[in-house]
Design a protein around this ligand. Structure first.
Ligand code: NI
Length: 164
């Protein structure tokens, strides 16, 4: 296992990759398992809440989301249900130094494959719901800054450290 480099939006060559659409995983082979393991280490090391494969330069539909109890590993995830709305502050490991308020559903249910190729569903509210939306957006080359309603200064962040 290893820590992988997280691509940054302000570096043009890296932004180019972050803006691409990721491909579906057809087969969960050893490379995908290693990717998931490395992403897990990278996420823990970064202190973030979620991480998408394109953020480490791999254009495959794989995301990790820390729901507070465990780090969920989602392969080919899809949002299957949403409810309500929220306007909260979001940040991104690929967009250091920027935070902003986005419109997201309050509750989100996703369906994905786990590392054994089994279908499972997971649900989250509040921060976890935001994180599901944010990480799945990464798979289509969308960053939270595309959806920000209002950017928030570092001073306004005091006491808030949701880094997704
Ligand atoms: Ni992000």
């Amino acid at each position: 296992m290893a820590i992988r480099n997280i691509l940054k939006e302000h570096i043009p060559e890296e932004n180019e990759i972050l803006r691409k659409k990721s491909r579906k995983v057809e087969k969960i082979d050893r490379r995908i398992i290693r990717l998931i393991d490395d992403m897990r280490d990278t996420l823990i090391e970064s202190g973030g809440v979620g991480l998408a494969a394109p953020q480490v330069g791999i254009l495959r539909r794989v995301v990790l989301v820390d729901n507070g109890d465990e780090i969920l590993e989602l392969v080919n995830p899809e949002i299957i249900e949403t409810e309500g709305e929220q306007q909260e502050i979001e940040g991104c490991l690929s967009v250091p130094g920027k935070w902003g308020i986005t419109d997201r559903p309050y509750r989100v249910k996703v369906r994905a494959l786990n590392r054994d190729g089994e279908v499972f569903e997971a649900e989250g509210v509040d921060l976890v719901a935001r994180c599901f939306c944010h990480e799945l957006d990464h798979l289509d080359g969308t960053l939270f800054i595309d959806k920000v309603v209002r950017f928030v200064s570092e001073d306004e962040l005091e006491g808030d450290d949701d880094d997704e």
